[in-house]
Design a protein around this ligand. Sequence first.
Ligand SMILES: [Mg+2]
Length: 198
Amino acid sequence: MGKSRIMVVEDESILRMDIKEMLKEAGFDVVAEANSGDTAIELAALHKPDLIVMDVKMPKMNGIKAGRIIYQAYQIPVLLLTAYSERDLVEEAKNAHILGYLVKPISERDLIPAVEIAMAQANRLKALTNDIKKMEEKIEDQKTIQRAKGILMEVYQVSEEQAFKMLRSYSMNHGKTLKSVADYIILHRELDSNASVG
Ligand SMILES: [Mg+2]
């Protein structure tokens, strides 16, 4: 795995530079920096960082709102920086994509371990999201295969087991996946039924 790619969003330029330097020294790749929530959204789209270290209080759009928009679009998690430790802020920030928050002033001693933990969580979150996606694809594949089996059963007047054997032997003989054979069968059925209507 390469260096973790981080975007830093902070409207105080000196602090932003400090954070950037601390991250670089710790071996992280700072791929983008922004001074507002709306710029953060644009740069997130462009650079797709692994993690965003983002200030809460910024002019125009705050970090919580920007983080929510970015996560919905690109599933990039956020580590928040805040000058406040009020309860309502922490409550508001309790979303799946907020992997933690640091209270200013930000020191290297606090920042680096927090970023490392957030990165580990971000990677777990990514793996989990991929697993769910794969599972959903598998379910979709099964539905397609079921449908193709139904077509074969009807056309050839065979049992479900025999229909499955037909599918499987075709897929093995032609080096194709069950899903792609099923897609082919369904497509032909659709073309046939369109032709018979016309
Ligand atoms: Mg600020």
